[in-house]
Design a binder for this molecule. Structure first.
Ligand SMILES: Nc1ncnc2c1ncn2[C@@H]1O[C@H](COP(=O)(O)OP(=O)(O)OP(=O)(O)O)[C@@H](O)[C@H]1O
Length: 583
């Protein structure tokens, strides 16, 4: 994207703070007048010393003190408002990125590394200074103060003013030349930072595995390699910026010496006074700095623009088209999958031509080999993905049959990985129903047999569960996720191997209680345990993305060879276990 387009993209963020920017610009104008005022002050004070006017010297000293106070106040206000606007805009950008992240399709989130997403939200916003407060202010201050300086100096001596001015474009040329390199390099730096975040995060998450498989050296080598790539690009940037700065400073100092030399010649010829020469030296900085500082600002702008490019790209990613979760009255629902096929982004069909009816309040078990599409089928029912062919239909009792094109408002979910937020047990259960009362939270915990273990914890419901719930056992985590799923009283609850961490007896007790207490709810359970499936009214056997058989246990025993074999294996395994226990 072009620089202009990227700056226009940032403009709405800047426009949100007209008051702060107005104050900033007023004080920028004041600071420009102060600069010119300082030149006038040095010029006239020096002239009065040379003309030995003692009275006026006292006058100039008083003016000097006033100038110092104004300079201090102006600088304070400028710095404060620059910091304020920059922080506020960064906060807005971060919030927008976060909101957008939450609205991205599940397919994007699951195919992008979380470390990369984190770096995008935090590092890129951190790099926005180049297009915000200080830089924007300087881009305005420098040309105006340069013009004012040129006018003022032209009144003293036109040829000398234009000699001073002519030195500027040389510096600008150098900065244009380096700016492009710095921007490209900035993008490579950011990629390396994202790679490092990825690895760091995986190191935290895979901590136990890393220890068990002695992966520390292998991962250290990888980390060192990325770190070296990063430092190489950072050093390159250091060199480019340093070179740019050195050229700018060299030309700046050279220009001052040249002005002083030429100016002295003008003084010797009686064309200007010593005071005038001093004014030239003071204001030559204002005249040249639009060019010399522009170099530095340009480099910073380019660095920021590489971050703006990534932010812009991220915000352009299409949102989930079916995100709105509508609050509906919970009623028993009839669910039908009609000729549903589905593929993830890689292309091959994960589900093909699924035809399935689920009656209101039915208990359904989905069984089948690993990778056969059980979870994917349920993600379609939850509305997280849309079928590539066919449709999922929902018909609430007494209502119309509707194609599901949004998040399913009738369905709750207990995930496979028992994910908990790093907050209290209370908050984690409450996420299932944001307006739940304390009483409802306790009832939900009792329903899933979580209340006894919660009461034994030091802070009971206020117990902090830690990152991903790692302060609790797998079974305890699953009970909290069950409580979270049931508190909302949705008509349909999907269990994705939600009780696998519980022993069979506890699982049976909890499921039995849930089924007893929630007669009107439809429950769909993905499970690898046939013992759980035997509780259900309907069993669906899946294989390679298709439904191989469906019906009650008795029906499947007569109609499906695969199911019979599965059941036979289950009986044999149970008998073996029983014999072992008796022995
Ligand atoms: N987010 C995803 N992106 C791409 N492919 C996926 C994704 N999730 C699952 N798959 C693929 O879809 C197929 C079905 O996966 P799914 O998780 O639905 O199976 P499953 O029957 O629930 O397996 P398991 O019993 O092991 O949990 C698998 O081949 C898997 O590789």
């Amino acid at each position: 994207m072009k620089t202009k387009e990227l700056l226009l993209f940032m403009l709405p963020y800047l426009k949100k703070y007209p008051r702060s920017y107005s104050i900033l610009f007023i004080f920028i104008v004041v600071s420009i007048f102060i600069q010119t005022g300082s030149a006038w002050f040095f010029q006239n004070m020096t002239n009065s010393i040379f003309e030995t006017q003692q009275n006026s010297l006292t006058f100039y000293l008083c003016i000097g003190i006033v100038l110092i106070v104004i300079i201090m106040v102006t600088n304070y206000i400028n710095s404060f408002y620059i910091a304020k606007t920059t922080s506020l805009i960064k906060k807005d950008v971060r919030t927008e990125l976060f909101k957008h992240l939450l609205q991205l399709p599940t397919s994007y989130i699951s195919s992008t590394h979380s470390g990369q997403l984190q770096s995008q939200i935090h590092q890129d916003t951190g790099q926005l200074d180049g297009v915000l407060g200080h830089n924007i202010a300087q881009f305005i201050i420098l040309p105006i103060s340069g013009t004012v300086a040129l006018i003022y100096l032209s009144f003293i001596n036109i040829p000398l003013a234009f000699i001073t001015l002519s030195l500027g474009p040389m510096i600008l040329l150098a900065s244009k030349l380096f700016g492009g390199f710095i921007r490209n390099n900035g993008e490579v730096i950011q990629e390396n930072v994202a790679r490092m975040s990825k690895q760091l995060q995986e190191t935290f998450e895979g901590h136990t595995l890393i220890k068990i498989f002695r992966l520390d050296q292998t991962l250290t080598n990888k980390y060192v390699e990325i770190n070296e790539d990063l430092i190489r690009t950072q050093l390159k940037e250091g060199k480019l910026s340093g070179l740019l700065q050195a050229i700018a400073i060299g030309i700046g100092y050279g220009a001052q010496i040249l002005i002083f030399a030429i100016g002295s010649f003008f003084v010797a010829n009686g064309q200007i006074t010593i005071g005038d020469l001093l004014a030239f030296v003071v204001l030559s900085q204002s005249l040249i700095s639009p060019f010399s500082n522009m170099g530095q600002l340009w480099a910073e702008l380019q660095r920021s623009l590489s971050a703006v490019t990534r932010i812009h790209h991220f915000l352009q990613l299409p949102k989930t088209p079916y995100l709105e979760k509508i609050d509906v009255e919970q009623k028993p629902v009839f669910i039908s999958f009609e000729h549903v096929s589905f593929s993830y982004e890689r292309g091959e069909n994960v589900l093909q031509d699924i035809h399935l009816d689920i009656q209101p309040s039915q208990r359904v078990a989905i069984i089948g080999e690993s990778g056969s599409g059980k979870s994917t089928l349920m993600k379609l029912l939850l509305g997280m993905y849309q079928p590539t062919k066919g449709g999922v239909f929902i018909q609430p009792e007494g209502g119309e049959k509707e194609k599901l094109e949004a998040l399913n408002p009738y369905t709750s979910y207990v995930p496979q990985d028992a994910f908990l937020f790093d907050e209290s047990i209370y908050e984690n259960i409450k996420y299932g129903k944001l307006d739940a009362s304390d009483e409802e939270i306790k009832t939900a915990a009792q329903k899933v047999s979580a209340a006894p273990f919660i009461r034994n914890l030091s802070e009971e419901y206020q117990f902090q569960v830690g990152e991903r719930g790692n302060q609790l056992s797998g079974g305890q985590r699953q009970r909290i996720t069950l409580a979270r799923a049931f508190i909302g009283d949705q008509s349909v609850v999907v269990f994705d191997e939600a009780t696998s961490a519980l022993d069979i007896q506890t699982e049976e007790t909890i499921l039995h209680q849930l089924m007893q207490k929630n007669q009107n709810q439809t429950m769909i359970m993905i499970t690898h345990r046939l013992s759980t499936a035997l509780y259900c009214d309907k069993i669906i056997l899946m294989g390679k993305g298709s439904i191989l058989a469906q019906g009650t246990h008795e029906e499947l025993m007569t109609s499906s060879n695969q199911y019979r074999e599965l059941y036979q294996r289950y009986i044999e395994a149970n008998t073996r276990e029983h014999v072992t226990q008796v022995r």
